[in-house]
Design a protein. Structure first.
Length: 392
């Protein structure tokens, strides 16, 4: 019980250890109404006041305004190559960028803009997350990054189930630590899935999504290569998407989705009943079961989501029928989403968006050299504390 209680304080502890935020701002960011309650809660768990804890973390440099560095730990092994390839193939121009094995994107939380940059922490079992964001009360979004890169997964437990199937066993060793990439925002992902119907990953990401971002996204100028924030549902609900080249049917699907999100008929957070979510999503014109499963897999982090009838999966499994595929997948529960990733990788193809024709996997990204890594991290050097702690 003591461990569970302490786990609930991981986020405020991160802010105490790894930032120079005043304790009043830390208390607000952690959801406490006043500093007195915050101090009492921290002391009851760690037997020290917040300031005493901060003094224990020796710092040699001051922290630049609005810049933060976090370390998000994971259970090894972790196959960084696959998620970064996956995200690189789908990177929306202006919103996302992948280079030198590093992912970064623009973000907007409570109408405050910023960006995150994610790269491997080569000295620890962790990812380094650099953040520039103006409102410390919104820093709790760091947990979204954990979900986006599937850091809570336990590969050895998943493997115990999947390795019993010979069609998966030979790929498990080759893809040790494989994760199911998530997303930053469920609405954004679902729009991308609609755009991906019957077109390639590249066409969906760089052509149609890029046009929507340019036409309707909010301008963003804080990071190299990032120019816009993805448009909110309120913007796309009334947008004339025919002007960016979408068919009338696809444009109406996106507007219908946006209206459902605005009306809170569709939510992507706090979902308890996954089946109810899928059913609600399928009520949107143009969204079918395949798309709903794909969104559940990436946005809801449902480890058992399964795109029934997927042609690539059927082809990999000796051109089996959709019924045979469903029957075979029963042995993979409750980790069918990970089985899907393994089989898509075994096909030598990037994971397809809903209904799209998947291209060949992108060639392996060049490993970041020490020089390029230092250059990429330069804006954050002053923001780093001399001692960064890993986050459980």
């Amino acid at each position: 019980m003591r461990w569970l209680r302490r786990a609930g304080f991981n986020f405020p502890k991160k802010l105490i250890d790894e930032t120079a935020l005043p304790m009043g701002q830390v208390a607000l960011a952690a959801g406490f109404g006043c500093v007195r309650r915050f101090n009492a809660a921290i002391r009851s768990v760690y037997h020290r006041t917040p300031m005493q804890i901060r003094r224990l973390v020796r710092k040699s440099d001051g922290q630049s305004e609005n810049q933060y560095l976090f370390h998000l730990s994971f259970r090894p092994p972790y196959n960084w190559k696959r998620p970064i390839e996956f995200l690189a193939a789908r990177a929306m121009p202006g919103v996302e960028a992948v280079d030198y094995g590093c992912y970064r994107r623009s973000i907007s939380v409570h109408e405050c803009g910023g960006f995150v940059e994610v790269s491997p922490d080569e000295r620890n079992y962790a990812l380094a997350v650099r953040v520039q964001f103006g409102d410390p009360r919104g820093l709790f979004f760091i947990e979204r990054v954990r979900a986006m890169f599937d850091l809570n997964a336990d590969w050895p437990i998943t493997v115990k189930t999947l390795q019993t199937d010979a069609s998966l066993a030979r790929w498990i060793a080759a893809e040790a630590g494989l994760r199911v990439p998530g997303c930053w925002n469920g609405f954004e992902l679902t729009v991308r899935a609609i755009l991906g119907h019957q077109v390639s990953v590249k066409a969906a990401a760089t052509t149609f999504a890029g046009r929507i971002v340019t036409a309707y996204g909010r301008r963003f100028t804080r990071a190299n290569g990032l120019t816009h924030v993805f448009p909110d549902p309120e913007i796309l609900a009334e947008a004339n998407l025919n002007r960016v080249g979408l068919t009338s049917a696809r444009a109406e699907s996106i507007r219908a989705l946006a209206r459902a999100v605005c009306d809170k008929r569709i939510r992507f957070e706090g979902i308890v009943d996954y089946d109810e979510f899928r059913a609600g999503l399928c009520e949107i014109p143009g969204i079918g079961k395949w798309t709903a499963e794909y969104v559940a897999m990436r946005a809801l982090r449902d480890p058992d989501a399964f795109p029934t009838g997927n042609l690539v999966l059927r082809r990999v499994l000796s051109n089996c029928s959709a019924r045979e595929l469903d029957r075979k997948s029963e042995a993979w529960r409750p980790w069918r989403a990970y089985a899907v990733m393994l089989l898509w990788q075994s096909a030598g193809r990037a994971v397809p968006s809903a209904g799209e024709t998947p291209p060949r996997l992108a060639s392996a990204l060049h490993q970041r050299t020490a020089k390029s890594r230092d250059a990429a991290a330069a804006p954050f050097v002053r923001a780093r504390s001399a001692r960064s702690r890993r986050i459980a």
